[in-house]
Design a protein around this ligand. Structure first.
Ligand SMILES: *Cc1c(COP(=O)(O)O)cnc(C)c1O
Length: 369
């Protein structure tokens, strides 16, 4: 029995091995290990990613979670403030809010896309609300025009969480270019991934970018000139170098993901399994291909026994995590997120996935009773 992995980063590495090995050797020969304004591998990636997105500023940092936290701090969000986040995401989105002492205010998701329900945002805005963080979950794109209209009307800032959506578009425009700023993760398994933890902030506002850069590097403007207490959240030279090599392939890999998703869409029986819904106006880059079924846990076990690796994103919606039990949320507070997290199952999805592998995945799914 041929095992089918959920993602296959080894195969990806083998396809770009020469370029990666060469560039990693250069980093070592240059001893360009730690990030910062004098690391040419990191600054080169920053300017390449800025060109790719068409934004003025890219500020690299140690991981995607830090990028949200640093942005919130740079925007002046503090204890007592509220930040609007979707009820369904990876914990980083709300965790970053909590870590700076502010309160995450959750909004339920849409039943079809599982993205933040833009129709339920305004009722959560109070005099304490400072920021909205829409998450382009699974590689799908949130309706950013509605988000920006709501934010503008209430004087709120917007941070797009693009950790799962490098290269996705809304109405033809790349995500990460709508809000005041955006946060990206380059965790290895993301559509654009480093070989370890890495992340970045993107924005058109140079003052905001400079503040983020300072916070991420011990509050320094230049070496030993600490104008404030910051932190250590830099991107390593090795990651900058790897990301430059991989950025050139991002669009090609996303197209392969989209082709794979189209094939799954074609061969999965619609009457038994709910397939992903592309948000209206979005081009989806399928970081994850998430189906829904009532018998999720049994199906997951069944596929696992057949050597097919799957995952659940996510088993518990954010408001119902133990970390947030002090808020005392009930299922009826976020009925969609609560119900759908019982059904979601992410099946293998990566650019190099073959039709034969997808056939095997779907044959196994169909044989499940
Ligand atoms: C991965 C992820 C992050 C955080 O990224 P890290 O680099 O792992 O810290 C944030 N938000 C979402 C939605 C993610 O999937």
């Amino acid at each position: 029995m041929q095992k089918i992995p959920f993602v296959d980063l080894r195969q990806q590495y083998e396809s770009i091995k020469t370029d990666i090995d060469n560039v990693m050797a250069s980093v070592m020969l240059d001893t360009a290990f730690v990030g910062g304004s004098n690391n040419k591998y990191v600054t080169q990636f920053e300017s390449q990613f800025a060109d790719y997105l068409g934004v003025k500023q890219v500020v690299s940092c140690a991981n995607g979670t830090d990028s949200i936290e640093i942005l919130l701090e740079a925007m002046g969000v503090k204890a007592g403030d509220e930040v609007i986040v979707p009820a369904l995401s990876w914990i980083s989105t709300s965790e970053a809010v909590g870590r700076i002492g502010a309160t995450p205010v959750f909004v339920d998701v849409c039943e079809d896309t599982l993205l933040i329900d833009t129709g339920k945002i305004e009722q959560k805005i109070t005099s304490k609300t400072k920021v909205i963080i829409p998450v382009h979950l699974y590689g799908n794109a949130v309706d950013m025009e509605t988000i920006m209209r709501i934010a503008k009307a209430s004087g709120l800032k917007v941070i797009e969480d693009c950790a799962q959506s490098h290269g996705a578009r809304y109405n033809g425009k790349l995500v990460g270019t709508f809000g005041d700023a955006a946060s990206f993760s380059f965790y290895p398994g993301k559509n654009l991934g480093a070989y370890g933890d890495a992340g970045c902030i993107t924005t058109d506002f140079s003052e905001l970018a400079n503040k983020c850069r300072m916070i991420a590097n011990h509050g320094q403007i230049k070496k030993h000139d600490h104008v404030m207490e910051g932190r250590n959240s830099r991107m390593d030279g090795l990651h900058g170098a790897v990301l430059s090599v991989k950025l050139k392939r991002l669009d090609e890999w996303n197209t392969k993901r989209q082709n794979n998703a189209a094939y799954y869409d074609l061969i999965l029986p619609a009457e038994k399994f709910r397939k992903p819904t592309i948000n209206k106006g979005a081009s989806h880059v399928y970081h994850l291909y998430v189906i829904r079924t009532e018998k999720r846990d049994d199906l997951k076990d069944y596929l696992g026994k057949k050597g097919i690796e799957t995952a659940v994103h996510y088993p518990t919606a954010l408001p119902f995590l133990k970390a947030y039990s002090h808020y005392g949320y009930k299922p009826y507070d976020f009925p969609v997120a609560y119900a759908e997290t019982q059904k979601v199952l992410s099946i293998p999805m990566f650019p190099e996935l073959t039709r034969e592998q997808m056939d095997s995945v779907v044959t196994a799914i169909i044989s499940f009773k």
